[in-house]
Design a protein around this ligand. Structure first.
Ligand code: AMP
Length: 556
């Protein structure tokens, strides 16, 4: 297929906000593709180069893209920057620049979909000396044969700013529509395989029967089931409506342990493979899991080797990113694993088995090893007093709170379910000032979608960054915020906008962390906007000192 055909669809996608129309455009595109192009189309129509389970990033910065455009077109970098600033988007700038160049070039080959994909795919694997030039050459090669419009979309794809409103939901519905399938069936398949490229091929070749046959596979991580939040023990007991399993909520990192004979792999909740970084989990699993093949879920908690007490998540997260001296770091931050579920056992998926049954099988499948490899502490009860005692016990041990689980519920990967609740004390909220913003994506492309938050620096009366928030806001709120903030924009840095510090929002969060990157020295983990505080001005916003006090409090 010609790349131009995909670009035709990009153009159509950007001219409508209607989800059904977008689904229709993608679905037609899939139908018209050859077997070879199908997988690539599913990826590129969402602006992805790698499947969902692959965390590889292109990692091309705006500055490199500007250099590449300059090299390809002969237009000076300063002019490209100025066009881009004027247009607010480097993709649009690329189109204008290539349009100018077109008038001077005579001959053009047309660009194929596979050529674009193959060059982009190569980018992250290029390392060593001269790698920047080699990466630029791959992009430049594409731009030289591209029409101006194609150049615009190549630029946006490289910079990961395609913003066409094609999310997982659109791809799911488009596949369903193209091959006459139930969307829920495609969704189920995606939740257990996490790869639309694979799913679209099966959907085309083997339809409903093919997708139904898809099952869990040891070694292939699946999306975890997520819990709802509940506030206060009273409400939690009421939500569960009788006898339920109550477990300690450990504060660490969710891990999926996949065991196939002697081969053991560890994945995070985002399905990243961290087997190498957590070789100690592999070692202890191989000693303690008695089942032959299984998929277990648990929470890995970092512990202080001196005191044996749980360490904040931020410490443990250093281990996720570490690529060298892994063993050394594992001595500094050893982990314990607290197992709470089993999803697969010796050839059989347990997703449809009730939780009560799964817990029994989990107990049978492991031989706990002290605190290092333990089963999550559990109480089965419907008695408020007993549950309150257990909650107090969990908090006094330094854990986050409790999880409440319906005994007869199935495991539904990837969904936030109404039969599993998390209960933990709420942190005090912060009033912060919006100091920057980023345009939204997909359906929200016309509104500002995420906001950079600042706390007050009492000494300088400036506002310094403590985090970025994108969650907690309804469409209505986003529209409203965009209206308020647009006139306050002071500078367009292409990927972010500077905003005059005026608007105050109340922000909830999971934890305050130390941050070497933010000038404030602090960052918020999982911030969410609770409400817009138009009753407050920037002078009422919380100071860095308050963040520092709260940070100290949460460590006690
Ligand atoms: P949250 O991350 O606040 O949405 O809370 C849910 C998370 O708690 C899960 O994703 C797990 O990582 C973690 N967790 C800790 N202990 C348990 C447990 N006993 N059962 C289920 N999840 C747990």
């Amino acid at each position: 297929m010609k790349y131009g055909k995909l670009v035709d669809s990009y153009r159509k996608l950007s001219s409508t906000n209607k989800k059904l129309e977008k689904t229709d455009i993608v679905s037609k595109l899939l139908k018209s593709a050859s077997d070879e192009d199908l997988e690539v189309l599913v990826l590129l129509s969402r602006g992805r180069i790698f499947p969902e389970w692959d965390v590889t990033e292109l990692g091309v910065a705006d500055s490199i893209m500007i250099k590449t455009l300059a090299k390809t077109s002969g237009v000076p970098e300063s002019e490209i920057k100025s066009i881009s600033r004027k247009k607010g988007d480097l993709g649009d700038a690329a189109e204008e620049i290539l349009e100018k160049k077109r008038q001077t070039t005579l001959h053009k080959k047309s660009l194929s979909l596979s050529a674009v994909y193959s060059n982009l795919r190569k980018i992250p694997s290029i390392g060593g000396s001269g790698s920047v030039e080699k990466r630029m050459a791959l992009i430049s090669e594409l731009l030289s044969s591209a029409t101006p419009e194609e150049g615009k979309y190549i630029t946006r794809t490289v910079l990961q700013t395609l913003r066409l409103g094609v999310g997982e939901g659109t791809i799911r519905d488009a596949i369903a529509k193209a091959y006459g399938l139930e969307a829920s069936l495609v969704e189920r398949a995606h939740n257990i395989r996490n790869d639309f490229g694979e799913i679209v091929k099966i959907a085309r070749k083997a339809g409903e029967t093919g997708l139904k046959k898809l099952s869990l596979e040891v070694g292939r991580p699946l999306k975890p089931m997520l819990a709802q939040k509940t506030e206060g023990i009273e409400k939690a007991v009421e939500d569960m409506g009788g006898l339920a399993a109550w477990e300690i909520k450990y504060d660490g990192m969710r891990v999926q342990i996949h065991k196939k004979g002697s081969d053991i792999r560890v994945f995070t909740r985002r399905l990243d493979d961290v087997t190498k970084q957590f070789y100690d989990i592999v070692e202890i699993s191989s000693k303690s899991i008695v089942a032959k093949d299984c998929i277990l879920e648990g929470e890995a908690v970092g512990v202080d080797p001196k005191t044996g007490k749980p360490l904040p998540f931020q410490q443990l997260s250093r281990r996720i990113k570490r690529k060298y001296d892994i063993e050394e770091l594992s001595k500094e931050i050893p982990v314990t694993v607290n197992l709470f579920d089993i999803l697969y056992l010796d050839g059989k998926s347990l997703l449809d088995s009730p939780f009560e049954e799964r817990r029994k099988l989990l107990v049978k499948s492991v031989k706990p090893n002290g605190a290092k490899f333990a089963l999550a502490e559990q109480v089965i009860s419907g008695d408020k007093k007993k549950i309150t005692r257990f909650y107090d016990h969990a908090l006094s041990m330094g854990h986050e709170g409790l999880m409440a689980k319906n005994l007869s519920a199935k495991y539904t990967p990837g969904s936030r379910v109404k039969h599993m609740y998390k209960l933990k004390p709420e942190m005090e909220t912060l009033d912060l000032v919006v100091i920057g913003a980023i345009w939204g994506e997909g359906r929200r492309a016309n509104w500002l979608g995420s906001f950079i938050l600042g706390a007050r620096d009492v000494d300088t009366s400036e506002f310094v960054e403590v985090g970025k928030v994108a969650t907690g806001l309804s469409d209505e709120n986003l529209k409203n915020l965009t209206k308020i903030l647009k006139p306050l924009i002071t500078k367009d840095n292409i990927s972010t906008l500077d905003v005059k510090p005026k608007l105050v929002v109340e922000v909830g969060y999971e934890e305050i962390q130390k941050s070497p990157t933010y000038r404030s020295g602090f960052a918020l983990r999982f911030p969410r906007v609770k409400q817009i505080r138009d009753d407050k001005g920037p002078e009422d916003a919380d100071s860095i000192e308050r963040l520092a006090r709260l940070y100290e409090m949460q460590r006690k």
